[in-house]
Design a protein. Structure first.
Length: 91
């Protein structure tokens, strides 16, 4: 069953290819949605997929790409949204 979640990733997560790495991981997992940088330096992800695949993405976000330093993640369920693919939103 599909569901949609929001993940806010805090720490040193901008300028370390976090958005690109997230998109690659999401596509690998068959997840749709989007990722964007927030003005406060964090990264926002909205993702739709199965609970199992979303858990895998969330676990990956706790680490991120090699240069990232993740200090916290905030995850919450959202009403189901459908996306055509997984995209990187440019600010």
């Amino acid at each position: 069953m599909q569901q949609t979640i929001s993940i806010i990733v805090e720490g040193k997560v901008q300028g370390v290819f976090f958005r690109q790495s997230t998109a690659k991981k999401a596509i690998e997992l068959g997840i749709t949605g989007e990722v964007s940088n927030l003005p406060d330096g964090s990264v926002a992800i909205i993702a739709t997929g199965t609970e199992e695949k979303l858990e895998e993405l969330t676990a990956w976000c706790r680490q991120g790409p090699s240069k990232a330093i993740v200090t916290a993640i905030v995850k919450k369920e959202l009403p189901l949204r459908s996306f055509r693919d997984f995209s990187i939103q440019r600010s």
